[in-house]
Design a protein around this ligand. Structure first.
Ligand code: DMJ
Length: 624
């Protein structure tokens, strides 16, 4: 069969699925109104406590709950994983009492000096991230959840844990081993193969830790890992799924936005927003453009060979569903809406999203029938509701609640669904159900009610880690002064002044040897933190803006850009002193302050549609 014809067939099948969704929607119940939104928010709160109390009463201090048999199991390191993952949800729900008692218990009882080999990725996103976000809440009056007796116990634990993971980064590529023993380091028999998500999703947690401890090592190793991966991208700017951390060879060359890669993309953009580090932005821009060019088959995404862009997997996998949420953060809302609609049509069809749904056969992918309580589609629903306030996202939220309540609720919590066609329950509840799934559902409805919560109406802007943990954009974490001056990044070195000089600080002491050495961390791309007043935005970023809005003034250096559908939105920092740009007509406070054209395209030129039907779950590994 001619490849163009195959592609046409594929496109027709996809549009049939899509139109099926639209028809289905015609018979939906009335849209969620404010009263119902409030009821749903309260119901979600009840869901949280059903699962949290179920865990505390039946499983704690083991890692996770077996919600059917009401028992516990150690699944990661044997350190009360679900409690750590739940801490900031407790704070978000305003449960002072349980937040305090949980933080105190962890501070007194947890220790990582244990002979356990753990996943670097899972330990970072669940445990390190959980500890750091709870620390930042418990130690800060502004959150309304400060614990008077708290004395940085969680930060000390976080640092201790991260140091135990550092040996994993000792590889020729800088990409860490997938697992590390918390007592003895990396075992000599440890596998050298790791996933792209596993090696490239550490920058938020490790970066925050560096900025809280003033020890740059954590931020540096995480960034080196990203560089190690990105340096091995293909000529198409795509990354594969698995790589050998010693040789740097890709052992699995399927490029995609889901399984094994997903949060690599997520952390590029979020690390930029949180830390103001433009190197991440540059990588994100290139990676995103390429993903939209080769992986996006509007509204779906496929997996392709990273070198040839030939389609190898025309499959929706449930981890892809975070992508529309990321696109909202990137300011690329239109494709996000279309993709969310398509992904949600899969949920509507089965009541849950299976791990894999084959876009060519329009059926559940063989061996990928389960729904392990994943949050991704709900997360994107929250972001799209936040961006559009379209009530259809509340309606989707109501469907999520109904499915979980009728299909997944079990005696002591919520059960995994082993088969979305049979709705069979399995005796397991991943900790991310409380860290993410319930959190995003609650936030969705709270947004429709009064948004009086830490995230939407709190003292800071928050970035969600990939595990849903709240990381505030505070001056200490985002190095707000660098944020102030990062508009000046990417300057020729002779026109650069370090921020201390620019901001009028005492620069008489030229000994910068004890400074936090961020300037060191840019040699690869030549990015420099500093201010070079003579450059336009386009020169600074290497991008052209679409139609900068005309102002009365002759200020060509800081044009106020026009939002395009393909853009990066920078979120302003509310906490810093007034910055020069505000005086020059920038939107301030909670409004996005500027956009950068990002470029997206949809290449549908005749690509090979190769179905690898024999590959099953057993042959592919998943990032959590
Ligand atoms: C979580 O651990 C994180 O969201 C991760 O990025 C992907 N897998 C699970 C949720 O599905």
């Amino acid at each position: 069969m001619d490849s163009n014809f195959k592609w046409l067939l594929f496109a027709i099948l996809i549009s049939l699925t899509f139109s099926g969704f639209v028809l289905h929607h015609g018979v939906l119940a009335e849209s969620v109104n404010p009263d119902e939104a409030k009821q749903l928010r309260d119901e979600v709160r009840g869901m949280f406590y059903h699962a949290f109390d179920g865990y505390m009463n039946n499983a704690f201090p083991l890692d996770e709950l077996r919600p059917l048999s009401c028992q516990g199991e150690d699944t990661l390191g044997g350190y009360a994983l679900t409690l750590i993952d739940s801490l900031d949800t407790l704070a978000l729900l305003g449960d002072r009492e349980r937040f305090i008692s949980s933080v105190e218990w962890i501070g007194k009882n947890l220790q990582f000096n244990i002979n356990k080999t753990v996943s670097v990725f899972e330990t970072t996103i669940r445990v390190l991230g959980g500890l750091l976000s709870a620390h930042l809440i418990a130690s800060d009056y502004a959150t309304g959840m400060r614990i008077p007796s708290y004395n940085n116990e969680l930060l000390v634990l976080a640092e201790n844990l991260a140091r135990r993971m550092l040996p994993a980064f000792d590889t020729p590529t800088g990409i860490p081993f997938g697992s590390v023993n918390l007592m003895y380091g990396v075992d000599k028999h440890e596998s050298k193969i790791t996933s792209t998500a596993g090696g490239g999703t550490l920058s938020l947690e490790f970066g925050v830790l560096s900025r809280l401890t003033n020890d740059p090592v954590f931020e540096q190793v995480a960034k080196n890992a990203v560089r190690g991966l990105w340096a091995r991208r293909s000529n198409l700017d795509l990354v594969g799924a698995h790589i050998n951390v010693f040789t740097g060879e890709w052992t699995q060359k399927d490029a995609g936005i889901g399984t094994s890669i997903d949060s690599f993309y997520e952390y590029l953009l979020k690390a930029y927003i949180l830390f103001g580090d433009e190197e991440y932005l540059y990588i994100f821009q290139e990676a995103y453009r390429s993903a939209m060019q080769y992986l996006h088959k509007d509204p779906w995404y496929v997996e392709v060979n990273m070198d040839s862009a030939a389609i190898v997997w025309p499959v929706f996998n449930s981890l892809q569903a975070f992508w529309p949420g990321l696109q909202v953060l990137a300011g690329d809302v239109d494709p996000a809406i279309r993709t969310h609609t398509a992904f949600f049509s899969v949920w509507k069809r089965y009541g849950f999203t299976p791990e894999g749904f084959n876009l060519a056969t329009l059926s559940v992918q063989y061996g990928q029938k389960s729904y392990p309580l994943r949050p991704e589609l709900i997360e994107s629903t929250y972001w799209l509701y936040k961006a559009t306030r379209d009530p259809r996202y509340l309606d989707a939220g109501r469907d999520f609640v109904a499915s979980l309540q009728y299909g997944a609720k079990c005696p002591c919590g919520y059960c995994h669904i082993t088969d979305v066609e049979l709705h069979k329950q399995e005796d397991h509840m991943e900790s991310f159900f409380l860290a993410e799934t319930v959190k995003y559902l609650w936030l969705l409805f709270d947004l429709a009610v009064d948004s009086d919560n830490l995230v939407d109406n709190g003292p800071y802007k928050y970035i969600f880690s990939t595990e849903g943990h709240l990381l505030p954009i505070t001056p200490q974490i985002s190095l707000a002064r660098e944020h102030c001056s990062y508009f000046g990044g990417y300057c020729p070195s002779n026109s650069t002044k370090l921020e201390q000089e620019v901001l009028g600080e005492d620069s008489s002491n030229d000994d910068h040897s004890n400074d936090y050495p961020y300037h060191e961390s840019f040699p690869v791309t030549g990015l420099i933190k500093g201010l070079c007043p003579g450059l336009t935005h386009a020169q600074k970023y290497g991008f052209s803006y679409v139609l900068p809005e005309k102002t009365d003034r002759e200020d060509v250096n800081q044009p106020k850009p026009v939002v395009t559908s393909s853009s990066i939105v920078l979120i302003s920092d509310q906490t810093v002193e007034k910055r020069p740009q505000e005086e020059e007509g920038f939107t301030s406070q909670s409004e996005p302050i500027m956009t950068i054209s990002g470029g997206s395209s949809n290449d549908q030129t005749g690509q090979e549609l190769t179905l690898l039907e024999s590959e099953t779950d057993d042959q592919r590994s998943y990032s959590s």
